[in-house]
Design a protein around this ligand. Structure first.
Ligand SMILES: Cc1ncc(COP(=O)(O)O)c(C=O)c1O
Length: 432
């Protein structure tokens, strides 16, 4: 081999080694490397990081901001959806669960081995059940007994204990939220007086209202429970802070501050309050709007300053009023979390609009979203129509349609409610 050939081989080997090293660096490093195909089937490198996450909690957040192509093209605005359904527990509530548990551990209100209790039939319970074990904590959930049975099955499969109670008004001491609060207090009292719990004394709640809740290790009455903490998603401002300190800054970064408006529905109000407040602090000219489902009093509160008529006040209404098929959004009382919101206005959305929107997104964008996400997109289009083309609007894709298979995403259920979708475009949107 000549000296020149030898030098050439060395150079080739070095180049090959360098490429392998570079490739493995990108594949395994925190810098991130994402393979994606463009129209010419070329591999391209994305700027966006795709770093390794340290454990489940680190995998919460940093969700993609997706351009919703169909709605953007139809309105001439950039309509962007924050894909919160990609969180490990499947919804925007993962952030809230992390923040509530972290703040409680920091303050000492919750200790490792303690139980987090919550009254929730929805995503928050699933997120708490998902996240609590990562902090060495347990989870006890109280839900109304008319909630879909799959909900308790999911929660129990996640290791939470579930207590099903009769649905009553929030003003009643046995409303599921009030029962959850009581369970935390009982667990705390028992721990402080006995150090450990006496299993035989506290069987009352597991059979409440005729429902049997499994007696497992994570039940607040189990022997090794180390105190209880009521998550209280409606009034605990950790919920607001999850979005003010976390979701809001992510949206700001992902849009590089170039957004004109934000819109979302409210359940506890944590999401809309945290994000609106953060964005307005960064740039007061960003407009923030509520989209409100049927039966909720928030539209009136935002637009007229009056929450509800006397007849509609919680505690006076029918025990189980049927207002809307959307889930997790709409409320008839002012929560501490919602009171933190900074809003410029509100839109109303109907069930039909939400159903049609969900089918429109599935057909045109391949986005399979739940009822609150669909309602948020209804709000985004109404806002786009009132601002006019050329604006960037952000909304939240809270959870996936997978969570709604028995109702919102079930053809028979929709037919039974006269809501079978039949639109071909966006003509279903009513003027607000
Ligand atoms: C699926 C879903 N979307 C949206 C919301 C509303 O979010 P927030 O409670 O932050 O107002 C909830 C609240 O429970 C929910 O479960």
């Amino acid at each position: 081999m000549t000296a020149a050939k030898a030098a050439g081989s060395v150079a080739a080997a070095a180049a090959a080694a360098l490429s392998v090293a570079l490739l493995s660096y990108f594949v395994v490093s925190d810098r991130g490397f994402k393979i994606s195909w463009d129209g010419n089937r070329k591999i391209s490198k994305r700027k966006n990081t795709c770093r390794r996450r340290k454990g489940l909690v680190d995998a919460v957040g940093n969700t993609p901001l997706i351009r919703i192509n169909s709605l953007s093209d139809a309105t001439g605005c950039e309509i962007l959806g924050k894909a919160e359904f990609l969180n490990p527990g499947g919804s925007v509530k993962d952030r809230v669960a992390v923040k509530i548990i972290e703040e409680a551990l920091e303050s000492g209100d919750l200790v490792q081995g303690g139980v987090v209790t919550e009254g929730s039939a929805g995503s928050t319970a699933i997120s708490l059940a998902t996240i609590a074990p990562a902090y060495g904590c347990q989870c006890h959930v109280v839900i109304p007994d008319d909630a879909a049975i799959e909900k308790s099955q999911i929660l129990e499969a996640l290791g939470a204990t579930v207590e099903r109670v009769r649905p009553v008004s929030i003003t009643h001491k046995d409303h599921y939220v009030n029962v959850a609060k009581r369970r935390a207090l009982e667990a705390r009292n028992r721990t402080s007086t006995q150090g450990v719990t006496d299993k035989t004394e506290h069987k009352d709640f597991v059979q409440m209202n005729g429902h049997i809740s499994k007696q497992t290790e994570s039940n607040p009455s189990s022997a090794d429970c180390r105190g209880g903490f009521f998550a209280d998603q409606f009034e605990n401002l950790a919920n607001f802070r999850a979005h003010y300190e976390w979701t809001g800054p992510e949206i700001w970064e992902q849009t590089q501050g170039k957004l004109h408006a934000f819109v979302a529905a409210a359940g506890t109000g944590g999401t809309i309050a945290g994000i609106s407040r953060y964005l307005k602090e960064k740039n007061p000219s960003i407009k923030c709007f509520l989209i409100d489902p049927p039966g909720s009093g928030l539209f009136n509160k935002v637009t007229r300053g009056v929450m509800y008529t006397k007849e509609e006040a919680e505690g006076r209404r029918l025990k189980n009023p049927f207002d809307t098929i959307t889930e997790g959004i709409g409320i008839n009382r002012l929560t501490k979390n919602f009171l933190m919101a900074e809003l410029d206005g509100a839109y109303r959305g109907t069930d039909r609009e939400a159903v049609e929107m969900s089918r429109f997104l599935l057909k045109n964008d391949g986005l399979f979203v739940g009822s609150s996400s669909a309602m948020n997109c209804v709000g985004a289009v109404k806002l786009a129509q009132s601002l006019g083309p050329g604006h960037t609007i952000v909304t939240i894709l809270c959870d996936s349609g997978m969570r709604h298979l028995s109702k919102f995403c079930n053809a028979q259920y929709l037919a039974d409610h006269g809501l079978t979708p039949n639109a071909t475009g966006l003509e279903f949107l009513e003027c607000s």
